[in-house]
Ligand binder design. Structure first.
Ligand SMILES: Nc1ncnc2c1ncn2[C@@H]1O[C@H](COP(=O)(O)OP(=O)(O)O)[C@@H](O)[C@H]1O
Ligand SMILES: [Mg+2]
Length: 1011
């Protein structure tokens, strides 16, 4: 059972919530037995419990349409949404009704509840639940509104003001006053449809933000509205906030900032808010300004004009008008108004506001004064307009209902009103040019739109410039008017976007990557850029320290909630099938080929193309060939992010795996070209093993690529270019206690190693290391550990005598798993080994040109039947069978750490196949810090560490007494992902090193670090 107040779990049968103390039961006024709140009658004696509970209001049709059907909901089990929750209750309702007859109690409480509900519905909110004395509502779902937090606050303010009036009324009847408390918070929640036992369905949000909203309500001073920091950030300006300070809230670790919302603010529109905070430097839009100026000139010559500015939210429609207006030289009269997002149902609101401005009506004017202002102005303008007075006064609500004007039917009244207003404005324009601005027509009510249509018809020969703006979804019938111009605003291009950012952030080089990231993410939409910068300042990523500085490394940008709300609302306006496909595309990535989409969605190509067309028309995606076939690309990276975020994590994982499988199926031959994508998708799916395997393969691919292009040489950022010889003395500083714990040599590539006490390290690495390999002569492929895994690792080679130079290699004895020993001088050794591995193998002691290394089938996720191969490292010392570097070091502190974090695993050094295990008491992964440094080992050998050592499934394979254990690699992935620059992020353990100065080493030798 959930608490009626805070919605946290209450133990069954308990009378009070252990979290917030709210009573969960009502006392029967007759027998005093407890009944759960919400019940109408006492289950013990049948007495009425004080009124039937207020029924949960049925959602308005548009809302009902948006609630997913139970089948759909079960299929997707909900959606992640950023919503605003509102909790309201009547403070002290228990005391209030304590001494009242239940029917009287009901008569008092119910109207109060009803007006709370009405306030929510007025702003298109959704009442999730009513309790005995309060409600729980949400905004932003099921219908998404980009301004859900504003709507919630408007509803809260309306609630409080109506409760006050109601309280005054009941006080006048001799009752106790009634006061409400409201809590409002915004945040991410999972919103889903639940099937209740009684056949009903419930549509509810779940998540931390819901509980916090409930808590805020209990913190609200009586009669007030409490809101969170998240709400303040979104609604500052639109509403007034008083800081109530930091408060401890149960269930939340950090102190929570609480604000009281005291009323509406002065900055209701975004432009007013931008102006309040200081505009960003205006950039570009030269052509658009010219068009506006030209239209104004035309209008001044008596050729009235209609100019429409069309663009998505935040592109700069309002700012363009503002800039145009600021530059006007003429003595034009300017009247501006705009529709508001919740204005669709309010009759002629924009028109009423325009007229109030025209007549100079102010908030404090009483009705009498207002009437005078209207009649005087009309008289002054033209006495012949006397007949329009009733319609103007009627629209402004300044005549009584018994006025003859109201005897006309509604339609006639409307038509008369539009006609009257038209005449008024046209007459006004005869005195001086008139510029009328109607903003945000996509939210306009039907009547204002009808008036605008008629006005547009009438201004062809008037000195009127009518400027409107709207988002692309708004339709009208003005296109074929000769005096209609449409200005399509696109987001700012790269150069202009950079100019705008330069004005905001300065020119410091440190910020250039950040600026690039902002431009890329926002696709040049000015509002998004501004909000991103603001969010970076708010969370401290950017700071003003004389100049603007970046305080931490930035890999990605969070989406500011204001931006997320706009984009989520756009996505939600899509029909459900188009939305679903958009979400799938968001999981695939920024670009997608048509065959991949078809494979992932298992729909027909025709059906998919139809839906993609819809998304294209909505300007979410555009066409772009991908991998040589028809494909698409997201128009904005942010839309992709927002669409991705709406999916439940579990659903994302399923889609990622489906995409992985689809890529494998579509590109069986060219799988190597898709390894990075496969690593990405499997890595985010439930098939993490496949993800890890592709990840390691992808990294190796990039490394080899780089080697082939000789990139992994001196110019790789990870490797210092300094090449001077080192002497022991010049680097005798920085001594540490690190020492050589063990030395390993691997005479045959991919076979077990030989543990040594001492060895000579030449400039090509340990003498005798990886000097032999078994190579498939037919295919020129070396037998590697990953291919004939277990068996190769279980072959133990050792030299019959210690090699003393790299060129003169002694014979080897190889102990087979059976215990039998083969010798490289045996005439039949190749035959024997070939028989075991069922392929013609040749023992080689120098790497032949173009030798390929095989990657075993199944390494890459399990769906591959073919082996893939890549050339043996070109940068490795000539002749030897090295993958990446000639010396390979790992620290004992790293191995010990893995062991500690995964005690069941066996992090035996043999799994890692190092040349040197370094005993170190330092922190784990200390080797990462060695990269680029020189190390002197003993008194002669000097190495330079080149790169962290990326790991693949080799470490998970069974060998001798060590079992196969995939979790070994997972532990590395979880704990030491290293950013290898061009190669991406890879799981690493240990490092590779090059030999700077050869020398003898022995176990116990200490290490000294140079620069
Ligand atoms: N060309 C521009 N140069 C600089 N800032 C701009 C530009 N266009 C818009 N802005 C800023 O971007 C924000 C959003 O613009 P706005 O005009 O409100 O968008 P819209 O009306 O299309 O929703 C505002 O703060 C505005 O000042
Ligand atoms: Mg605007």
């Amino acid at each position: 059972m959930l608490c009626i107040q805070c919605h946290l779990e209450v133990n069954e049968g308990k009378r009070f919530c252990a979290e917030c103390g709210a009573a969960q039961f009502l006392s029967c006024p007759n027998c005093k037995a407890a009944s759960p709140i919400g019940k109408s009658f006492c289950a013990d004696c049948g007495s009425s419990l004080g009124g039937s509970p207020t029924p949960i209001p049925k959602p308005a049709p548009v809302v009902a349409e948006k609630i997913p059907s139970i089948e759909a909901a079960e299929a997707s089990s909900g959606e992640r949404k950023v919503i605003t929750v509102l909790f309201a209750d009547i403070k002290g309702s228990m005391e209030l009704i304590e001494n009242l007859d239940p029917e009287d109690a009901r008569a008092i409480v119910e109207p109060a509840l009803q007006l709370m509900i009405d306030a929510v519905l007025h702003y298109d909110g959704y009442v999730v639940q009513t309790t005995g004395d309060g409600i729980f509502a949400m905004f932003g779902a099921p219908v998404v509104h980009e301004d859900h937090s504003h709507r919630a606050l408007y509803a809260a303010l309306r609630m409080q003001s109506e409760l006050k009036e109601y309280s005054a009324r009941i006080c006048a009847q001799g009752h106790q006053p009634i006061q409400g408390r409201v809590g409002v918070h915004t945040g991410e929640a999972v919103v889903r449809t639940l099937r209740l036992g009684n056949g009903q369905i419930e549509y509810t949000p779940i998540g931390h933000s819901t509980s916090l909203g409930a808590r805020l309500q209990t913190l609200a001073p009586v009669g007030s509205i409490a809101a969170s920091e998240a709400i303040r950030q979104l609604c500052e300006g639109a509403c007034e906030f008083i800081d109530l300070g930091l408060t401890k809230v149960k269930g939340v670790t950090d102190l929570v900032k609480v604000y009281e919302v005291t009323g509406l603010g002065k900055q209701r529109t975004r432009m007013q808010r931008s102006a309040g905070q200081g505009f960003s430097k205006f950039v570009g839009r030269v052509r658009e300004l010219d068009s506006l100026r030209y239209a104004a000139e035309q209008a001044q010559e008596g050729n009235g004009q209609v100019v429409a500015i069309v663009a998505e939210a935040g592109t700069g429609k309002s700012r363009l008008i503002f800039e145009f207006m600021s530059g006007i030289q003429s003595r034009a009269k300017i009247l501006e108004t705009s529709a508001v997002s919740h204005g669709k149902n309010s009759y002629c609101q924009p028109l009423i506001e325009l007229l109030q401005a025209y007549f100079g009506i102010e908030a404090q004017d009483n009705e009498q004064k207002r009437r005078e202002k209207v009649t005087n102005a009309i008289q002054e303008l033209d006495p012949l307009l006397k007949d329009i007075e009733p319609s103007v006064l009627g629209l402004l609500n300044l005549i009584d209902e018994d006025d003859p004007f109201f005897e006309l039917d509604e339609r006639t009244r409307d038509l008369q009103t539009w006609d009257g207003l038209k005449r008024l404005l046209v007459r006004e324009s005869a005195n001086q040019p008139l510029i009328l601005v109607f903003e945000d027509l996509h939210w306009i009510d039907d009547q204002t739109q009808e008036f605008l249509n008629q006005l547009a018809d009438a201004i062809g020969k008037a000195n009127i410039l009518l400027i409107v703006n709207y988002r692309p979804q708004f339709v009208h019938g003005w296109n074929n008017k000769s005096y209609f111009t449409q200005i399509r605003l696109d987001p700012l291009g790269d150069a202009k976007a950079k100019e705008m950012l330069a004005a905001m952030l300065g020119d410091a080089a440190q910020l250039s990557d950040l600026k690039r990231l902002i431009v890329e993410k926002s696709s040049g939409t000015p509002f998004f850029m501004e909000e991103m910068v603001k969010a970076l300042f708010d969370d401290g990523t950017l700071a003003r320290d004389g100049n603007i500085v970046l305080t931490k490394k930035l890999e990605d940008l969070d989406i500011p909630s204001s931006v997320q709300a706009i984009l989520a609302a756009r996505i939600d306006r899509l029909p459900s099938h188009a939305k679903e496909i958009l979400q799938t595309l968001a999981v695939i990535g920024k670009e997608f080929s048509i065959s991949l989409i078809v494979a992932v969605t298992s729909s027909s190509k025709e059906a998919i193309e139809k839906q993609l067309k819809e998304l294209q028309l909505g300007e979410f995606i555009y066409e772009k060939p991908v991998s040589g076939e028809k494909g698409y690309i997201f128009k904005s990276a942010l839309t992709q992010d927002v669409a991705y975020n709406t999916l439940l994590i579990e659903r994302r994982k399923i889609l990622h795996e489906r995409i992985g499988v689809a890529i494998e199926a579509i590109y069986p031959v060219s799988i190597d070209d898709h390894v990075a994508a496969l690593a990405y998708h499997y890595g985010r799916s439930n098939n993490v093993d496949a993800g890890i395997q592709y990840l390691t393969h992808s990294g190796r691919q990039k490394m080899l690529e780089a080697r082939k292009n000789s990139k992994l040489g001196s110019d790789t950022p990870l490797i210092k270019s300094e090449s001077a010889e080192l002497t022991a003395t010049s680097h005798a500083t920085n001594a540490t206690l690190d020492s050589v714990e063990s030395i390993w040599r691997y005479p045959v590539k991919s076979m077990a190693g030989e543990k040594l006490q001492s060895v000579f390290v030449s400039d090509k690495g340990i003498i005798g290391d990886r000097v032999y390999a078994f190579v498939n002569e037919e295919t020129n492929r070396a037998a590697v550990v990953r291919k004939w895994a277990e068996s190769l690792l279980n072959y133990h080679p050792h030299f019959v005598s210690e090699p003393d130079s790299q060129s003169k290699i002694p014979a080897l004895e190889i102990v087979m798993p059976s215990g039998e020993t083969l010798t490289t001088t045996d005439a039949n050794i190749e035959e024997r080994i070939s028989a075991v591995f069922e392929r013609p193998l040749k023992l080689m002691s120098t790497a032949p040109l173009g030798l390929l290394i095989e990657v075993p089938a199944g390494t890459l996720g399990g769906n591959l039947s073919e082996v893939t191969e890549f050339p043996l490292a070109g940068g490795a010392p000539a002749g030897a069978f090295f993958d990446y570097g000639c010396m390979h070091l790992i620290a004992s502190s790293t191995l010990n750490h893995f062991q500690k974090t995964y005690p069941e695993g066996r992090f035996d050094e043999r799994r890692f196949r190092p040349n040197l295990v370094i005993h170190s008491d330092s922190q784990p992964f200390i080797e990462n810090t060695w990269v680029g440094r020189t190390i002197m080992i003993g008194t002669e050998l000097v190495l330079r560490v080149s790169i962290p050592c990326p790991r693949c499934i080799s470490v998970t394979l069974a060998q001798d007494d060590l079992p196969r254990d995939p979790s070994i690699l997972r532990a590395i992935v979880e704990q030491n992902m290293c950013d290898l620059g061009d190669f991406g992020k890879l799981p690493c353990a240990g490092v590779y090193a090059e030999v700077v100065k050869p020398g003898h080493i022995r176990c116990g030798d200490s290490l000294r670090f140079g620069d």
